[in-house]
Design a protein around this ligand. Structure first.
Ligand code: CTP
Length: 400
């Protein structure tokens, strides 16, 4: 299963670095090509000679390859790998990764890598439990990286607790299951709306809302990782797309979003309406900036098209539509009404009454309703994890 897989192993300064030697042997035996990048403190725990002999490739640690000052190409290393496994990952390196620091070859390679990243932390128990480390691990998970929890046991300090790096056999297991994971949305075409819409009042003003588009973007990444081709129809905002399987289509107004979705909808297998679309727009936006005049002013508004409802009417037997409802009162009732009215297969409810849910924050607390199943309630989680739960429910729906 691992034959020909390109594994880039990052080794940090930790007593657990001795386990890297065994890990490389196991990976090579399983048919992987292994290259090693180490921090300079890792070299005080295990020699590059040992790791390069076992991996049959140079174990690199500096930006310069040789005495002639030839450059070590971290970009090439990062792009080469199918998987970047950092084992052991020290508290120091985890903190630098979480904050985008780049003062050694391992970190430069990490920032250039496009492949999935797995981390096997190793440190003393108090360091492992420190809120700063926990926060860093959470941040790294929110980037989509897989953290392979440290084990409980005797530590180099003589203390007993959590912090021992997972054993090489366990790490090999994780690598195997990473590659074995069947891509559940292979070949599926997905359309996602995200972010706010801006409705023009005049050349400098608009009606908008606080939606950040983070939820739609997180769902796009989970589905792309699972093999789908995603078109993200995004209202104004920042969308750091990190996958070749996501096509970003920028729109501004509800009308533009409607056009962009309508055009692509017939070919979409799954459509997710995560955008906070303005319900109304100014009837006649001014050509020139509106000047201040009387004590009050009125802007006449006209209803926008309901994109989700319209696509719900066009939906075929094989298409799946997923909606969102952000409510402040009678949450369940409103969500259920929208589920039926807009012909959704699933609706994701988040209530502004829940702390940590809603616009602009990195967390969300959701309940998912469908016409024929009991509602599923979820805890407050990062938007990344929430996206995974939503995708699991969509998969269940397709299977049912
Ligand atoms: N939606 C849409 N087009 C619109 C309005 C909403 O596609 N013009 C979608 C949203 O993306 C979301 C769902 O419909 O998936 C519900 O949005 P919401 O704003 O809660 O619904 P409304 O019908 O506008 O109801 P409300 O009166 O609560 O605003």
């Amino acid at each position: 299963m691992l034959k020909g897989k390109k594994i880039l192993l990052g080794v940090c300064g930790s007593i657990a670095a001795y386990k890297s030697a065994l890990l490389i042997r196991l990976l090579v035996k399983a048919g992987c090509e292994v290259r090693v990048v180490m921090t300079s403190s890792a070299k005080t725990f295990i020699t590059p000679l040992t790791l390069s002999t076992l991996s049959k490739n140079p174990a690199v640690s500096s930006f310069e390859k040789d005495e002639q000052g030839q450059w070590e190409n971290h970009v090439e290393l990062g792009l080469w790998a199918d998987l970047f496994l950092i084992a052991p990952a020290s508290a120091n390196t985890l903190a630098k990764m979480a904050n985008g620091l780049c003062d050694n070859l391992l970190l430069a390679t990490y920032l250039s890598a496009k492949c999935p990243v797995m981390l096997a932390p190793a440190m003393d128990l108090d360091m492992y439990k420190h809120p700063a480390t926990l926060q860093n691990l959470k941040t790294l998970q929110s980037f989509g990286h897989q953290v392979l929890d440290a084990n409980h046991g005797e530590l180099a300090s003589g203390l007993v607790g959590e912090g021992r790096m997972a054993e090489p056999e366990e790490l090999l297991d994780k690598v195997e299951s990473h590659f074995a994971k069947k891509k559940r949305f292979e070949g599926k075409q997905v359309l996602i709306t995200a972010g706010p819409t801006f409705e023009k009042i005049d050349p400098v003003r608009f009606i908008g809302n606080h939606s950040s588009g983070k939820m739609g973007l997180a769902i796009a990444h989970v589905l792309a990782r699972e093999g789908a081709h995603v078109q993200l129809i995004a209202g104004p905002g920042k969308y750091p797309v990190d996958s070749d399987s996501i096509t970003l289509v920028h729109v501004s107004s509800a009308d533009e979003m409607y056009e962009a979705v309508g055009e692509r909808y017939p070919k979409s297998d799954i459509t997710i309406f995560a955008a906070a679309v303005a319900d109304y727009r100014p009837v006649s936006p001014a050509e020139e900036k509106i000047k201040k005049a009387g004590e009050s002013m009125t802007i006449e508004l006209i209803k926008n098209k309901d994109i989700a409802a319209e696509m719900g009417q066009r939906k075929s037997q094989t298409q799946i539509n997923v909606g969102f409802a952000l409510e402040t009162e009678n949450e369940e009732q409103h969500a259920r009404e929208k589920l039926v009215k807009k012909n959704f297969d699933l609706i994701v409810l988040n209530s502004l009454n829940d702390n940590g849910a809603g616009f602009s924050v990195d967390t969300n607390k959701i309940t998912i309703f469908s016409v024929d199943q009991k509602p599923k309630h979820f805890e407050l989680k990062s938007k990344q994890k929430v996206a995974e739960d939503i995708v699991d429910c969509i998969h269940e729906k397709i299977q049912s």
